[in-house]
Design a protein. Structure first.
Length: 263
């Protein structure tokens, strides 16, 4: 997809940075933003030079949730509804995030509705102390979406997920940390440096092993059959043992030097 309207996409070394870019609307989510976001995630997945992604918002908000004005236009349009309503709420976003390369959400401001739930499908969440959070859906007569009925309990725990989903209340960054919505809080001016530093650390590791580990953890986190879990793990290890990165790690150990991955 050439030329994005509602996001920015750039690469910084082995890290891809995706910025939700409707600052005048606190980056409210639109169908255009959704299509572009999924395309950017998939673009990074195809780029062998990229090892990790960072997602953030332009201006003072991360994402204020779905653009209700866009929903209203879709409902009123003769014979059609908006794609997000028709499909049941951003269905491709969690699929793209969980299948793609590791993603760090750098939550710089208000994170509401889909602006919260999409971060649950990211792999790591770092937030500014100025951020605020809400699973706002019940306040507009809807239920959680974007895969969050799986990921919100998985990340935050069922009691926290229920409290947030059933009240729709807005919480500050410190409470979000206590309720496990985010992994770390930093001062606003340190958010992007810290997110990029972590992304670069991840990207420096063997990409195939990192990506395989991510996908396996997402899949096995809800797998009830332990035999299937260990079978998948064994298969992954056998495959990676045949690869160049494992050979390089072993050779570097023997030669008492740092390994050179992703060459």
């Amino acid at each position: 997809m050439a030329g994005y309207e509602h996001i920015l996409y750039e690469t910084r070394g082995a890290v891809a940075l995706i910025t939700l870019n409707r600052p005048e609307r606190l980056n409210a989510w639109t169908q255009t933003m959704e299509d572009e976001f999924v395309d950017a995630i998939n673009t990074a997945a195809r780029d062998a030079a990229i090892g990790c992604l960072v997602v953030t918002g332009a201006g003072r908000g991360f994402c204020a949730g779905a653009d209700i004005g866009g929903f209203d236009q879709g409902i009123k349009a003769v014979g059609r509804r908006s794609n997000m309503l028709q499909e049941g709420g951003s269905p491709e976003v969690p699929l793209a995030l969980t299948r793609g390369k590791p993603v760090i959400a750098a939550i710089n401001g208000v994170s509401v509705g889909v602006g919260l739930t999409m971060t649950m499908a990211c792999d790591i969440r770092i937030a500014s102390t100025a951020a605020r959070f809400s699973a706002r859906f019940v306040r507009v007569g809807l239920t959680p979406e974007c895969g969050s009925s799986r990921y919100l309990p998985l990340v935050a725990g069922l009691p926290n997920a229920l409290l947030l989903a059933l009240t729709g209340r807005i919480i500050d960054a410190q409470e979000a940390l206590q309720r496990r919505l985010v992994d770390r809080l930093v001062e606003p001016d340190q958010l992007m440096p810290e997110a990029m530093k972590l992304a670069e650390e991840i990207a420096a590791n063997p990409q195939e092993a990192v990506w395989s580990a991510k996908r396996m953890l997402h899949a096995n986190a809800t797998e009830a059959d332990l035999r299937r879990v260990v079978t998948v793990e064994s298969y992954s290890i056998r495959e990676l043992q045949r690869g160049p990165d494992h050979r390089e790690a072993v050779q570097a150990f023997v030669e008492k030097r740092e390994p050179r991955f992703n060459q």
